[in-house]
Design a binder for this molecule. Structure first.
Ligand SMILES: Nc1ncnc2c1ncn2[C@@H]1O[C@H](COP(=O)(O)OP(=O)(O)OP(=O)(O)O)[C@@H](O)[C@H]1O
Ligand SMILES: [Mg+2]
Length: 212
């Protein structure tokens, strides 16, 4: 049986990376083989493209350039890492995936959704995540949680209104696709967030164990 593909989404400081470590422990305790990965990135070439996207630079980065770089990294990530793992029955957990493109390059940058749909069809096709956990948190609290960070990338440095569009964009996507995208209240304590994630994982695993 194919592995399951789960993505973690949410704005800066919403707790995606923290959640991934918790999910890793949960998968281990259930003896489920897994692979953790992230976007943009996930393979050596895709990680090089990630650096191109996130490095702060003098030159203005054209929105279409950013969009195409993200999808170029994703094409490589899917064909070289995600799909081979799923075929072997390995679960893949990705820190960000396609929804981030719709939210950052689409909603927050005012990108062309028709172009995004075309790229999504071309690059991702039917290989969408089986489930997505959206860590939802206010922009202010998210920023508070990452304020101690020394290093800020090109997207971290965006304005508050940009980050507000990111939050709204994720919630709109979750409301449009509630079957796949599960909202987690990420403003709560670590323990309470992990409890919600565990409940979601148990429900998903139960539903999937009925799959043929
Ligand atoms: N529920 C929580 N309560 C309090 N602090 C938390 C909680 N979850 C995560 N944190 C802390 O908030 C900070 C940001 O968390 P994390 O790095 O997991 O977010 P992220 O979504 O991966 O951020 P980024 O988008 O920048 O990668 C970390 O210092 C983490 O320890
Ligand atoms: Mg992170």
């Amino acid at each position: 049986m194919k592995g399951k593909f789960i993505s973690l989404e949410g704005g800066e400081g919403s707790g995606k990376t923290t959640a991934i470590h918790f999910i890793q422990k949960w998968l281990e305790s259930h003896n489920i083989p897994y692979l953790m990965t992230r976007e943009p990135g996930g393979t050596p070439l895709s990680e090089e493209i990630r650096q191109l996207i996130l490095t702060p630079r003098e030159e203005t980065v054209n929105d279409v350039t950013e969009l195409l770089l993200v999808f170029a990294a994703r094409a490589q990530h899917l064909s070289e890492k995600i799909q081979p793992a799923l075929e072997k029955g390995i679960w893949v957990i990705s820190d960000r995936f396609l929804d981030s493109s719709y939210v950052y390059q689409g909603k927050a940058r005012g990108g062309d959704f028709a172009m995004l749909d075309q790229l999504a069809t071309w690059v991702v096709g039917d290989n969408k995540p089986d489930a997505t956990l959206l860590l939802d948190i206010s922009v202010e609290l998210g920023q508070e949680r990452v304020v101690q960070r020394q290093h800020q990338d090109r997207l971290d440095k965006e304005s508050l209104s940009f980050h507000q569009k990111v939050r709204d964009g994720f919630l709109e996507r979750a409301n449009a696709d509630p079957e796949r995208i599960k909202i987690v209240d990420a403003s709560l304590s670590l323990e309470a967030v992990q409890k919600q994630i565990e409940e979601q994982l148990l429900q998903l695993n139960n539903a999937w164990s009925g799959d043929v």
